[in-house]
Ligand binder design. Structure first.
Ligand code: FES
Length: 491
């Protein structure tokens, strides 16, 4: 019998990105019923998800080489306490279903006995009683027959215990809570723009209202909710995790850069590392209780303590899901005081750097379209943050990344790009080299037209002005609507 699961769960069950399933829904290959997908439809499209039915239990326990087994092993288990709570609730549901089944069964048997009495009283000659009795006996035989278990159902039940599924209202966004993650951490890893402040239970800005399901505390918090808030179901998302396999929360999410407050944070230099002769990685770490809330693709102003007020704007290259560890790719430039300090050894681990921001609207909006990213040199910094955010969202049907280098060492994270391309079916990476940014942009534009001809996509272009201007003009000339091209000049 078919079983209904959400798109999120369906993607987990068959091991494909959610965006790929959503694209098949839009193409009419999968029908949605109230937002749910039938497991029969899933199996028809992904027959490899159906394993041998014999030796089911052994196979689920021992699936060492199966794709699903790999996905299970890659998941961290929640704490014993949370696991016990989820198992307890699942057992309660099962006991409830069993109780109902037993009562229905007893009712059917009682009705059959009564029918037999009436049939006997009628001398066994009334065809109405005889027909109904036959139907009942056949139906009971079918209902009690042992049938092979639907493995997708078993996998779904296993996943429900290991990772809880959360729906956010009113947006309808969904995410899963894995391992020891709090609701806030899990939501951020899924690319949601949840409201929060300190991240450690002291500011109260991450309050969410639980409208169905159960939560468990996973961290101490100093912030005290009022008795009214507690009675209304409010909890701190940073200090709670999901204790039931399904949870619905009510909370507002940031819509765009205008909803992210300006912040000033004194961070510490965690590491400085040469990525290439002319490019340095600057890794800053915020205090545990004061993290940077930003959107992928945004920049901040870095201010050096003791650097004569030296300040410079740099795009954050890391993902907003790790709001404590901020990465910057700083190119060698004489007119950038932060770069000068960095390349002359004036910044080292433990030094303080003030971060002001975030700024900028080079951010990812929700879109069902494929995403195309184009970077030139250190324009790769905001692009990397955006790519990581897009991968967290898992909603893009495909991602293409084009990276132009105007210097020999310009592809300073090519291994990372190749790793994405190797690990993800729907990710393509292409590298280009040309000493002139505008001419190189022409090459990138020509490759895009060849690769993406006829594909409606959203384009993100970042790099020196000559590259951004040339490529954006090329895209406009190719007929890409201006609303589908985002640009960011990164010198
Ligand atoms: S983010 Fe401050 S209490 Fe949760």
């Amino acid at each position: 019998m078919s079983h209904w699961v959400t798109i999120w769960r369906a993607a987990q069950l068959v091991g494909v990105p959610r965006g790929v399933l959503q694209q098949r829904v839009r193409a009419g290959e999968i029908a949605l019923n109230d937002g749910l997908v039938s497991t029969d439809a899933l199996l028809a499209l992904y027959p490899q998800a159906k394993m041998e039915e014999s030796g089911l239990l052994e196979r689920v326990v021992q699936i060492r080489d199966e794709a699903f087994g790999k996905r299970l092993r890659e998941r961290l288990l929640p704490s014993q306490e949370v696991l016990a709570q989820r198992l307890f609730r699942q057992s309660q549901e099962l006991a409830d279903v069993q109780r109902h089944l037993q009562r229905y069964h007893a009712l059917v048997l009682a009705l059959r006995d009564q029918l037999r009495v009436h049939d006997a009283q009628a001398g066994g000659s009334d065809p109405r009683f005889t027909d109904v009795l036959h139907q009942l006996n056949d139906g009971l035989a079918r209902a009690l027959a042992t049938e092979p278990v639907d493995l997708l159902d078993v996998m779904d039940d296993l996943l429900k215990v290991m990772s809880a599924q959360v729906t956010v209202r009113p947006s309808g966004h969904q995410f899963t809570v894995e391992g020891h993650d709090s609701l806030l951490q899990a939501g951020m890893k899924a690319g949601l723009k949840l409201n929060y402040g300190c991240g450690n239970g002291s500011c109260g800005m991450c309050k969410v209202r639980v409208t169905s399901g159960q939560v468990a505390r996973c961290m101490h918090s100093d912030y005290a909710l009022s008795e009214t808030e507690k009675a209304q179901g409010y909890v701190l998302a940073c200090a709670h995790t999901a204790a039931s396999s399904e949870l619905t929360l009510e909370t507002l999410e940031a819509g765009g850069p205008e909803d992210i407050p300006p912040q000033t944070i004194v961070t510490s230099v965690r590491a400085v590392r040469e990525l290439a002769p002319d490019t340095m990685l600057l890794h800053l770490q915020t205090p545990r209780s004061h993290r940077l809330r930003f959107l992928a693709g945004q920049s901040v102003t870095l201010g050096l303590a003791g650097g004569d007020g030296a300040r410079a704007s740099h795009p954050v290259a890391s993902c907003p899901c790790d709001d404590r560890n901020l990465h910057f790719y700083v190119p060698r430039r004489d007119d950038d005081p932060v770069a000068v300090h960095l390349f002359t050894g004036g910044l080292k681990a433990g030094d303080h750097v003030t971060v002001h921001g975030p700024q900028g609207d080079f951010v990812l909006d929700e879109t069902p379209l494929p995403l195309v990213f184009a970077a030139c040199d250190v324009g790769f910094a905001p692009i990397k943050s955006l790519v990581e955010h897009a991968l967290s969202l898992d909603a893009a049907p495909s991602i293409a990344l084009y990276w132009l280098s105007t210097r020999p060492d310009g592809h300073f994270l090519a291994n990372q790009c190749r790793a994405w391309s190797a690990a993800l079916d729907n990710f393509e990476y292409s590298a280009f080299t040309h000493t002139d940014a505008a001419t190189g942009a022409g090459q990138v534009g020509a490759a895009m037209r060849a690769d993406l001809f006829g594909i409606d996509s959203v384009f993100f272009v970042a790099g020196p002005a000559a590259f951004v201007d040339a490529l954006c003009a090329d895209l406009r000339a190719a007929g890409v609507p201006p609303a589908q091209v985002r640009r960011e000049v990164v010198a």
